[in-house]
Design a protein around this ligand. Structure first.
Ligand code: ZN
Length: 206
């Protein structure tokens, strides 16, 4: 792509570093911003900088939060004996949208993926195991996407919990293997949480 302006080229380059944004889309977005009043760009830049600067992660579940403990963990109406283990905040949002789940969450921050150099120590698995050892948690629902990385992560967590008194279940998936959790429709996802199955059964089924 040939640019008549170095300023334009830089802006397009930075925009194209975002996931899913190719050079053409980046150019379209940058030209769009250029046509907008200056305060639009200022508001966008300010919101992003402020987010990066001030964002917190919940001490308990590692969800993104404006406070030390997130609204979900702080809500006394939620059942703290059930914890749903998810990959990231998008999964929390997807499950919350179903209105079928009243327990807490644990956000891992990714999946074990040797290909991408992500090991168990890069995720919040240690704090999950400590939480279970504390004894409040009675059931853990593993709700990772049914990809190879998701299965590996589920199995690793299951092994770490060996000998601890906790029921481990996995969401009954009505969606095909490889579908990411956030793309499942709300009805299917809600039903799959209600109809969850013991994790042992899901290993035997494979
Ligand atoms: Zn929380």
């Amino acid at each position: 792509m040939e640019f008549s302006s170095k300023l334009l080229e830089n802006a397009v380059y930075e925009m194209s570093q975002l996931p899913g944004i190719g050079k053409r889309t980046a150019l379209r977005l940058v030209l769009h911003l250029l046509k907008q009043p200056e305060e639009r760009t200022e508001l966008l830049a300010h919101a992003l900088l402020k987010l990066k600067d001030e964002v917190n992660f919940c001490n308990n579940c590692h969800n993104i939060s404006d406070t030390e403990v997130c609204e979900i963990c702080a809500n006394p109406k939620r059942d703290e004996t059930i914890v749903c283990v998810v990959e990231d905040i998008r999964d929390v949002m997807a499950i919350e949208n179903t209105s079928q789940y009243n327990g807490l969450y644990h956000v891992l921050g990714g999946k074990i993926s040797p290909m991408e150099g992500v090991g168990p120590q890069d995720l919040t698995i240690g704090s999950l195991v400590r939480k279970v050892k504390d004894g409040t948690v009675k059931e853990l629902i593993l709700a990772l996407s049914s990809t190879m990385e998701g299965d590996t992560t589920n199995f690793y967590i299951y092994k770490q919990l060996d000998g601890l008194e906790v029921i481990t279940s996995t969401i009954a998936r009505g969606i095909s293997v490889g579908d990411e959790l956030e793309y499942a429709d709300e009805v299917t996802l809600g039903r799959s949480i209600i109809n969850r199955v013991p994790f042992e059964n899901s290993i035997k089924a494979n």
